[in-house]
Design a binder for this molecule. Structure first.
Ligand code: SAM
Length: 368
């Protein structure tokens, strides 16, 4: 279980209480709260919201069945932030400079009425980039409503086109054809360009890299190959099971020559590569071999309302307690400023075999 720091007794590195930080961080008239930067000068730009810790897949690298079995203690409903609470927190984040919100989980499409949440978030600011990451299992029937609610784009996880490999990796025998139908429905609904996330784990799906690249070449969709990461404490991560981004690029380049392209914006996680013949682009996310902590502008809101400033954290700040104690919007915003201002994490830059074994919250709970 994650250790949670209640706002009232959290300590920063120089031992000031977070309460004091909240007071110091209060912004007076004329000051721009969007100037908030963390201890390494990083701004707040993205918010990832986990809307459920449950999933209908048991991907071997994320929610292995022997840990997330029938008796796994998922969060009870009362512990989940309501849509109203999520939207209220999101609005404060937007006031502090967030321009991009991603709904995730667990499997976000399992949260009943998630379209209503999308609508509430879209109402905060029509210019917000609102996206969602899904395994695609029920995307076909949800795509149109999500689009109508204000979702701009979608990312679909897909680790192989080979049905047997896909079924083995999701470990619930789910057929790949259904996910492909979901991708088509999302494209037809206008949730494009679609990003397709492929985690590559050695010994499981390296043989799927080229077929995936080939299938989506020329489609306008962008496959992003992700290095297998040591998220959580249950996936048995080992460095020798990581297929590096450099290796992935080499394998694709041999079949379909590619060249590097500049990032769309500073802080973009995927390195971009384009096909020399003009058939579009792919991305590689080298989270293990080329840490991008230096540019990380992401905050995460867990299913039960804790703010985490790193995917690999074990500590979160309990905003739900604060919300339910009747704080004002100003106090809520100041708490977020205080959390961001004390942030100094850079896990991927200091990763080692020892840190990989350290306790960390699970990705299904904090949101991928
Ligand atoms: N259920 C949704 C889905 O499948 O896309 C959203 C949550 S999932 C945790 C978000 C993303 O994290 C997925 O693309 C998944 O493949 C990726 N992921 C999960 N565990 C990972 C790991 N150990 N290393 C790299 N990526 C991982």
């Amino acid at each position: 279980m994650a250790k949670v720091i209640p706002l009232t007794d959290a300590r920063t590195r120089d031992a000031r209480s977070l309460d004091a930080l909240v007071r110091e961080a209060a912004f007076g008239p004329g000051q721009d709260a969007r100037d908030v930067a963390d201890q390494r000068g990083r701004r707040l730009h993205d918010l990832r919201i986990s809307v459920t810790d449950r999933c209908n897949f048991r991907c071997v690298y994320c929610m292995p069945k022997d840990v997330f079995g029938r008796d796994y203690p998922f969060l009870p409903h009362a512990e989940l932030l309501t849509f109203e609470e999520i939207a209220r927190v999101a609005r404060r984040f937007v006031e502090l400079g967030v321009r991009k919100i991603r709904l995730t989980g667990g499997e976000p499409l399992l949260r009943r009425g998630v379209e209503r949440l999308v609508e509430m978030l879209a109402a905060i600011d029509p210019g917000l980039d609102i996206t969602l990451t899904t395994n695609g299992a029920i995307l076909e029937r949800k795509a149109r409503d999500l689009r109508n609610a204000g979702l701009k784009r979608v990312t679909v996880s897909l680790d192989s086109l080979d049905d047997a490999t896909f079924r083995a990796m999701n470990d619930v025998d789910f057929p790949v054809a259904k996910v492909l139908e979901g991708i088509e429905a999302a494209a037809a609904a206008g949730l494009a360009p679609i990003k397709i996330n492929t985690v590559v784990k050695r010994g499981m799906n390296e043989h799927s890299i080229v077929p995936l690249a080939r299938r989506f070449r020329g489609s306008g969709h962008i496959v992003r190959f992700i290095e297998f990461m040591d998220v959580g404490a249950t996936n048995g991560w080992r460095m020798d099971e990581v297929v590096t981004a450099a290796e992935i690029v080499r394998v694709i380049d041999r079949e379909h020559p590619i060249e590097a392209v500049d990032a769309n914006y500073s802080g973009e996680v995927a390195e971009r590569w384009r096909y020399l013949d003009g058939a579009g682009e792919i991305g590689v996310i080298a989270s293990v071999t080329q840490a991008f902590c230096r540019d990380c502008t992401r905050a995460r809101l867990s299913t039960d309302g804790k703010v985490y400033t790193c995917l690999f954290a074990n500590d979160g700040f309990d905003l739900k307690g604060l919300l339910r104690s009747g704080v004002s919007d100003d106090q809520l915003r100041n708490a977020i400023v205080a959390i961001w201002a004390q942030r100094a994490d850079r896990y991927s830059e200091i990763r080692s075999a020892a840190t990989a074994r350290a306790p960390k919250v699970e990705m299904s709970y904090i949101g991928g």
